[in-house]
Design a protein around this ligand. Sequence first.
Ligand code: 523
Length: 137
Amino acid sequence: MTDTPLPTVLVVAVALIDVDGRVLIAKRPQGKSLAGLWEFPGGKVEPGERPEAALIRELREELGIEVSESCLAPFVFASHAYDSFHLLMPLYLCRRWDGVVAAREHDALAWVKPDKLSAYPMPPADEPLVAWLRDLL
Ligand code: 523
């Protein structure tokens, strides 16, 4: 018997970094997959959409902020095999945006120093990003 390969789903995420060097994480809402876990904000890239455009759209929808593409620095790729799909997720760094972040689709937001991020339970795809961020920032 051969295993059917999992479909790959491209998701983009961002580490928003404030002037104090804290990183924004967002609590996934009840009723969605991975509810209650703290993620780097982002979402699925639509067919035909560029990843950066998808991230700008998601940040507008989820957090109510405007980010310009020139402020998005690609960082690392996260990858994780969830039960029904393989997630491929570039993480971008962003230090400048317009507007004030608000939890429009999440249950809560938190600005956290990189060395304290490991106290927050995260989706498995996000967990390895914490060590990378801690070393970088
Ligand atoms: N992740 C993830 N980490 C992370 C994000 C933004 C997303 O592991 N930082 C996962 C969670 C979902 C999938 O990527 O399985 C798509 O995320 P999202 O937020 O676009 O999807 P949902 O929750 O709107 O859609 P469903 O999971 O399909 O309900």
